[in-house]
Design a binder for this molecule. Structure first.
Ligand code: ARG
Length: 458
């Protein structure tokens, strides 16, 4: 009948256990639960509930459980316990008898689970930040390896204006930097410790909540017990961070899938991150990228599910809130995997610089440069615009780029055109004219890239 059986005459039905038990998934919180219990045992010892010797006995038994938890040696399945909190407490009682039965004095599973989950989120936040930094760095290094590469930039998936490959990389670097700062903001907000809030109203024992918070590495204690045990906004924020970042990854994946397509042929990806077809021997599919795109569904779904779960709940704790965990565990895990695989994929990108340049040249993006060239020779802009338009038409008819017309051909449209025109029509010239801060010209792009490289090394 578990830990709360006193006022019950019958045990739980099997079906009730299936809906009620959270041990199958909250076992993930074993380490956090034990560490919270160690700190709690110290706090109630200080409040006079335990002798120093009792506290030491409890702490060393809890440390043994912690080593087992870390080594993945706890036997959850045989226990039949309801959740991780009752599992750890029962294990303690089994070891220490009545002394184990003292640990829960002044504490509730409500402040316990809120503490455990905050600890879990905080700890994952740190490793997710590292994952984000790794993919950011992979993009910076790929940009550095391919400084000179120019590829078409798109709007409406139509070729619009050429951009440098590092400019494309650094666009995602900016998004990743915001993803990182979102996690930092979240950490600052969620860094408060619920332990000591009891079931909902605080506890009668004279525990030092400041000290508890410090020992569990929180910045401070939560200031309102009702809020502390009943809000899960930090989980929602983490899921929002995951969703936004997955959306960024998915857009990057989509770009790369397109760049990798036979039609574009801009990049090839490494064998280690692609897969073949069981039927078509020639295929090399960008599955990792497709899964990065595909896994957004479940991550966004977890955010939505928890919002809906929380929305109608009266204060304070309600069992509905047990539904906060599976979605979050899964979303964080998928996010972590996607960030890691994204970094691996980016490391393998090989660009076909000739092909990207060729594609960037198509679409007569240099027609404006042609007109500006004529303006520089003293021709009024409206006339120059008209001449350039006629040149484009002739080039289209011959299925050529403007710069592939001979000087004689060009001179048919204006005698002002001389040999120096070809330099103006060059792709690099076109790109490098956009030397404004934030633009795709060599100067701002390489300055931004160098700053990122420096921050990697520092
Ligand atoms: N397994 C529960 C959860 O995850 C722990 C809290 C249970 N508290 C309670 N009063 N039943 O939310």
């Amino acid at each position: 009948m578990g830990l709360w059986g006193g006022r019950f005459q019958e045990g739980s039905s099997n079906m009730f256990k299936q809906v009620n038990d959270s041990l199958p998934f909250d076992r993930i919180l074993a380490s956090q639960d034990i560490r919270g219990s160690i700190v709690w045992s110290r706090a109630i010892a200080k409040a006079g509930v335990l002798t120093t010797e009792e506290q030491q006995q409890l702490e060393s038994a809890l440390n043994e459980l912690l080593s087992k938890a870390d080594a993945d040696e706890l036997d959850f399945d045989a226990s039949g316990e309801e959740d991780i909190h009752s599992f750890i407490e029962s294990a303690l009682i089994e070891k220490l008898g009545d002394l184990g039965r003292k640990l829960h004095t002044g504490r509730s599973r409500n402040d316990q689970v809120a503490t455990d989950f905050r600890l879990w989120c905080k700890e994952h936040l740190e490793s997710l930040k590292d994952d984000l930094i790794a993919i950011k760095n992979a993009l910076v290094l790929s940009a550095d390896r391919n400084r000179k590469v120019i590829l078409p930039g798109y709007t409406h998936l139509q070729r619009a204006q050429p951009v440098r490959y590092p400019h494309w990389c650094l666009a995602y670097v900016e998004m990743l930097k915001r993803d990182i700062s979102r996690l930092q903001d979240l950490l600052a907000r969620m860094n408060q410790c619920p332990l000591g809030s009891g079931a909902l109203a605080g506890t009668v024992y004279a525990i030092d909540r400041q000290e508890i918070a410090e020992q569990l590495s929180f910045a401070s204690p939560c200031v309102n017990s009702l809020d502390a045990v009943s809000d899960r906004d930090y989980v929602l924020e983490l899921l929002f961070c995951a969703s936004t970042s997955m959306m960024h990854l998915s857009r990057m994946a989509e770009d790369l899938i397109f760049f990798n397509s036979g039609e574009a042929g801009f990049i090839t990806l490494g064998d280690a991150v692609t897969s073949g077809s069981s039927l078509m021997p020639q295929k090399k599919n960008p599955d990792a990228l497709e899964l990065m795109r595909g896994k957004c569904g479940r991550v966004f779904g977890s955010l939505q599910a928890l919002l809906v779960t929380m929305k109608g709940l009266p204060l304070a704790y309600n069992k509905d809130m047990q539904e906060d965990k599976e979605g979050a565990f899964d979303a964080v895990n998928q996010w972590h995997i996607c960030l890691c695989i994204a970094a691996e994929v980016v490391d393998t990108i090989e660009l076909d610089a000739e092909r990207t340049a060729q594609a960037a040249k198509q679409g007569y993006a240099n027609a404006t440069e042609m007109a500006d060239y004529l303006v520089a020779k003293g021709i009024p802009f409206r006339t120059a615009h008209d001449i350039s338009g006629q040149i484009v038409l002739a080039a289209i008819e011959q299925n050529k780029a403007i710069e592939n017309l001979t000087l004689e051909e060009l001179q048919n449209f204006s005698s002002e055109i001389e040999d120096d025109v070809y330099a103006v029509l060059e792709l690099e010239y076109l790109v490098d004219k956009r030397n404004i801060l934030g633009g795709t010209g060599a100067q701002p792009v390489f300055a931004a890239l160098d700053a990122e490289l420096k921050s990697i090394k520092s």
